[in-house]
Design a protein around this ligand. Structure first.
Ligand SMILES: Nc1ncnc2c1ncn2[C@@H]1O[C@H](COP(=O)(O)OP(=O)(O)OP(=O)(O)O)[C@@H](O)[C@H]1O
Length: 449
């Protein structure tokens, strides 16, 4: 085993152009993967985790060049290249491989997909579908091809006689086992498994995962495991990279990341893992809202729109949940999503009077506070006065002024500063401005001394 990484991904980007009009003019881009970097060591299992749409699958297909990356390097030090080129040599950059090099790379790096049904040709026996790969890569001896595939079928818990059966004769779990055998046929160094168990019955998920884990160790493979499921990641990964909106926000050993998550997003994902302990239930951090669109990602830290630890600016000192709710209110005001007229109608329906004037502004303001889980009076008197002024503009139906006011008065540093990675030990990093600020203040006070 060498000490250089098998795979080094550097600043990898995949931006999909958004085109409009008859001339297909490019009007923007969906930044599905937006500058990710990580290493994968020989024999290591790295998990990439994140909610749907964060760019995991795009990262996988860009690494293996099923899709052309927009930018970045993917240095592969495996297969025949391991011995021939030096570490970091651009000759090993998958993004620059020609057709022949790509074919050799596809032998050394295999993919397992979520849906095992779609990875087989229904008209071919599963054995010949696996043996075909050997033929494509130059093995002309038919008997030898068959022997290799039969052996692998047995190693994944199937039987040699399954070679001659067709995909429809197998269950989903069995098909995934066969897909794993097929991925191993060319004796790869790297397997990228994209949600390999999420399409399977819960009852067989653990078995297939443990098979992947066993084979990874037996064959000394490097495994890049993509999953939205923290439980799956925890079960078999040595290290984990957490992705949010096309970027890695935290990376570290599984132990570090699960026991001491540093990024609020990771913290929320870890806290949401179901636990059998009934006393521990209900303590999960609820992630509100959905992942924003990669065509228009939020400024600064892209997680700030959902973050429960979103930073308060100098001069505001509120209970953290109130600050989050205040920003939620601000966002809805600026997006023009608060319909004061409707609130008034509803309030009128609940009152004995039919006169709109009887529905006082105070009542509407109070309703808005209730809607956003804000108290009648904020603990910070300055913020309370500002909120009250903003609500006055809102209930006066001066929506434009209200939007301007809220967006000028309630601003978080998280939307203004793009976070950098902070170290939490040798192998653990996260990108959150809370750590950045803490580090900067330590550095400043050290300079003062
Ligand atoms: N061909 C494409 N054109 C434009 N946008 C795309 C394209 N493919 C993916 N995207 C967008 O890129 C983002 C990342 O998608 P991706 O499938 O990589 O996410 P994911 O984390 O793997 O999610 P899932 O588990 O749901 O597949 C999504 O917002 C998706 O809509």
């Amino acid at each position: 085993m060498t000490d250089k990484p098998l795979l080094s991904v550097r600043n990898l980007k995949k931006h999909y152009p958004i085109k409009k009009g008859l001339l297909s003019r490019k009007v923007g881009a969906a930044k599905a993967v937006d500058g990710i970097s990580f290493d994968l060591d020989p024999g290591e299992t790295l998990g990439i985790v994140g909610e749907s749409g964060c760019g995991k699958s795009t990262a996988a297909s860009s690494i293996i060049r099923l899709e052309e990356p927009t930018e970045g390097e993917v240095i592969f030090n495996g297969g025949s290249r391991a011995a021939t080129a030096g570490e970091g040599s651009s000759a090993n950059d998958v993004t620059k491989f020609n057709k022949k090099e790509l074919k050799a790379f596809r032998r050394d790096a295999q993919m397992i997909f979520q849906d095992p049904s779609s990875s087989f040709d229904p008209r071919m026996t599963v054995g010949s579908s696996a043996a075909e790969l050997l033929q494509v890569h130059g093995m002309s001896d038919r008997q030898r091809r068959r022997a290799i595939v039969e052996n692998l079928l047995e190693r994944v818990g199937m039987s040699a006689s399954d070679y001659d059966r067709y995909p429809h004769e197998f269950s989903g779990g069995q098909k995934q086992r066969i897909a794993i055998a097929r991925a191993l046929v060319l004796d790869p160094d790297l397997i990228i498994a994209d949600e390999p168990v999420s399409a399977l019955d819960v009852s067989v998920q653990a078995e297939v995962l443990s098979l992947i884990n066993d084979l990874q160790q037996e064959f000394g493979l490097s495994l890049l495991l993509i999953s939205h499921d923290m439980g799956v990641i925890q079960q078999i990964c040595d290290r984990v990279a957490v992705m949010y909106l096309g970027k890695i926000v935290e990376i570290g050993s599984t132990e570090q990341l699960f026991s001491n998550p540093q990024h609020p997003y990771t913290e929320a994902l870890v806290s949401a893992i179901p636990t059998p302990d009934p006393h521990a239930r209900g303590e999960g951090i609820k992630l509100t809202g959905t992942v924003p669109s990669p065509t228009d990602p939020p400024s600064g830290c892209s997680f700030h729109t959902r973050c429960h630890k979103v930073v308060q600016p100098d001069g505001i000192d509120l209970e953290q949940s109130n600050w989050r709710n205040l920003l939620n209110l601000r966002d809805q005001v600026t997006d023009g999503e608060i319909d004061v007229g409707k609130l008034r109608e509803n309030a009128l329906g609940e009152s004995d009077s039919s006169d709109r004037a009887d529905v006082s502004d105070a009542r509407i303001k109070s309703q808005i506070r209730t809607e956003f889980d804000l108290p009648d009076t904020l603990s910070d008197s300055g913020a309370e006065t500002t909120l009250d002024t903003g609500l006055d503009l809102l209930v006066a139906d001066d929506l434009e002024s209200a939007a301007e006011f809220f967006s000028a008065e309630f601003v978080t540093p998280c939307e203004e500063i793009t976070p950098e990675f902070t170290d939490h030990g040798d192998t653990h990093q996260s990108s959150c401005i809370r750590h950045q600020e803490a580090r900067q203040s330590v550095e400043l006070s050290a300079n003062d001394d």
